[in-house]
Design a protein around this ligand. Structure first.
Ligand SMILES: Nc1ncnc2c1ncn2[C@@H]1O[C@H](COP(=O)(O)OP(=O)(O)OP(=O)(O)O)[C@@H](O)[C@H]1O
Ligand SMILES: [Mg+2]
Length: 395
């Protein structure tokens, strides 16, 4: 019963305080524009119409997240391709993740780099949130690692160097990613890797011991033990990934967070000389060993990392300009697991919805064509004029 009520509220646009209305707040406000500015007035620069899902053709699903699917889409206006992450509001609220979703959207507005997945648009309708990003159609690292079982030293080095440039940029903006893992690292069609999923990323603060989100297998010991943590946590995760690519398993194993924490606390894992696979160098093992250090102060990070002999001679300028040939280039277009199409098995907690539906995602809208201040001002003025008009016209 509760479920039906909530779904009814979402689908019909029912509002508890105000009069019932079928007006979608994110709909292109063509009528409003004509009313306010006259239909013959030429369209001023900042009056680009509100972006919504009907501006895109949805092609196929390329990924699956905790709240919905990631689609390959094309912007109908100019045929440009993007990735669109669709997130069900019910699922976001039910998993108590409103903060994380708003946080990701806010951070992405500030971050722009050729080594991260950049945001172009963000909008919502009654049922879903939509995040439109750069399309990386080479698939994620988890998909390729599962298929290939290992990466070679040369391939691992290239991937690690792309990630170092991505992390260098994110950290220079004062942000810790906190969820570096193969699923959140995606290849473009040339074999360059970018960082995505800023759901649990945070601006660095000195008192963050209670913020312990992330994925246990890649979490630094200081996060697992609920201590204050800094940028070094992302380098620990990078070390775990490189270890996994070299040896085919993670350094600290366990079936859940508690077991992994115990494994981390039990001993310092190192790649032993006898474990170094054929065709891998001692320097690679040393690099990994310095990243998976349990004590953050001992861990290689920041400006020191590029000086390590394993990567000191890497051609960083050509990597930055993307003129190097990547040693691993994903083949074909369908670089994703067919399971992306299957359904979610988790239950939605409808009791949590009661107080949330109406304003939970206010401010989610983003259009890269319009600067922030213009978007905000335009939005405020149009929204207030809009209510004035609606009340006068008795909608
Ligand atoms: N820009 C992109 N281009 C191509 N594939 C992508 C892109 N972004 C995400 N993916 C694919 O979709 C999957 C899910 O995306 P993402 O990691 O952002 O969702 P999520 O883990 O649910 O994030 P969140 O924690 O915000 O819900 C990724 O593992 C990746 O395979
Ligand atoms: Mg993810």
């Amino acid at each position: 019963m509760q479920r039906d009520k909530i779904l009814y509220r979402l689908r019909s646009g029912y509002k508890s305080q105000s009069k019932q209305t079928n007006v979608n707040p994110e709909r292109p406000l063509k009528f409003m524009r004509n009313y306010l500015y006259g239909s013959r007035v030429s369209k001023p620069q900042d009056l680009v119409s509100y972006i919504n899902k009907y501006h895109f053709s949805f092609e196929y699903i390329i990924g699956r997240g905790g709240f919905g699917r990631v689609w390959k889409v094309e912007l109908k206006r100019n045929k440009k391709e993007f990735a669109l992450k669709e997130m069900q509001k019910l699922r976001v609220i039910s998993k108590r993740s409103v903060h994380s979703i708003m946080n990701e959207r806010k951070l992405l507005e500030k971050l722009k780099s050729p080594f991260i997945v950049n945001m172009h648009y963000a909008f919502q309708d009654r049922e879903n949130l939509y995040l439109v990003m750069d399309l990386l159609n080479g698939g994620d690292l988890r998909y390729h690692y599962c298929k290939m079982k290992r990466f070679s030293e040369e391939q691992t080095k290239f991937i690690v160097c792309c990630l170092i440039l991505g992390l260098e940029y994110i950290h220079s903006s004062g942000v810790i990613h906190r969820d570096i893992k193969p699923e959140n690292l995606v290849f473009d069609s040339e074999g360059y890797v970018r960082i995505t999923d800023f759901g649990v990323a945070r601006v660095l603060t000195s008192d963050n011991s209670r913020e312990t989100s992330g994925t246990p297998g890649y979490m630094a010991p200081e996060v697992l033990c609920r201590l204050n943590h800094g940028f070094q946590v992302d380098y620990f995760a990078l070390g775990v990934i490189a270890y996994e690519f070299m040896l085919g398993r993670r350094p600290y194993l366990g079936r859940n967070r508690k077991e992994i924490r115990e494994a981390v606390l039990a001993r310092q894992v190192q790649v032993k000389p006898s474990e170094i696979p054929e065709n891998w160098s001692f320097n690679a093992a040393d690099f990994i060993n310095r990243l998976i250090q349990r004590k953050p102060d001992k861990r290689l990070s920041g400006t020191e990392i590029k000086k390590h002999p394993w990567i000191a001679d890497f051609d960083w300028n050509r990597l930055l300009n993307k003129t190097l040939r990547a040693p691993f280039v994903p083949k074909g277009k369908e670089n994703f697991d067919q399971r992306v199409n299957s359904d979610w098995k988790d239950e939605i907690d409808y009791n949590l919805m009661q107080n949330y539906l109406e304003n939970a995602f206010d401010g989610y809208y983003y259009d890269k064509r319009v600067s922030k201040s213009t978007t905000e001002t335009r939005r405020t003025s149009i929204v207030s004029r809009r209510s004035e008009i609606l009340s006068r016209l008795d909608f």
